[in-house]
Design a binder for this molecule. Structure first.
Ligand code: IMP
Ligand code: MG
Length: 181
């Protein structure tokens, strides 16, 4: 275990189980649709890559950038910046793939953007969910969720703190002293 990690929440096998279950639900629900998986960079990269190989359908993929946490800041700063260059959205049933649903502002903004850009339908999938942290103005719910977690700052499997720890093969709770110093 990494020296900055306090506790492992989900190891490799548990993550694989979560991915398999969600991929099964997506495979069932998108049989007669024109699926476009949209990965929210960068935190969702591991989840997206694993999900892709377990969804038993034809589909396409795209990426967009969303940022709600400023560098070196472990609290959501309220503002969400979205950069998307996805074309021809009106052909697709979009499924947004996210790492964590926290304040919820990112997914709410990305959903609005995809609908505004003409997507046929938009649903959201998140590996992790921190229900206690939801912002007042966020009313949307997830369509697919891996696991609910308590209010702790987690890293690994794509998730970072200040761009570090993304490559850890598990999701773990970061030691407080790492971000409080
Ligand atoms: P939201 O807009 O507050 O829902 O924030 C979602 C984004 O914040 C996620 O996509 C993550 O990139 C980041 N985030 C939220 N909680 C954590 C965490 O515990 N560890 C790492 N990143 C997090
Ligand atoms: Mg993210």
């Amino acid at each position: 275990m990494h020296k900055d990690v306090k506790e492992i929440l989900f190891g490799e096998e548990e993550l694989a189980e979560i991915v398999k279950r969600i991929a099964g639900e997506i495979t069932r629900d998108y049989k007669d649709k024109n699926l476009l998986l949209v990965c929210v960079m960068k935190g969702s990269i591991c989840f997206m890559a694993d999900l892709m190989r377990k969804i038993d359908l034809d589909y396409k993929i795209e990426f967009l950038r969303a940022k709600s946490y400023l560098a070196g800041c472990s609290e959501s700063c309220g503002e969400v910046e979205i950069r998307s260059e996805i074309q021809n959205l009106s052909e697709y049933d979009v499924l947004i793939v996210e790492d964590i649903f926290d304040s919820g502002r990112t997914l709410q903004k990305v959903t609005e953007k995809m609908l505004g850009d003409g997507a046929k339908s938009v649903k959201c999938c998140s590996l992790l969910d921190k229900p206690e942290r939801r912002a007042e103005e966020v009313s949307m719910e997830l369509d697919y969720v891996g696991e609910k977690i308590p209010n702790a700052f987690v890293v690994g499997y794509g998730l970072d703190y200040d761009e570090n720890y993304r490559g850890l093969p598990y999701v773990g709770i970061l030691k407080r002293e790492v971000y409080e110093n």
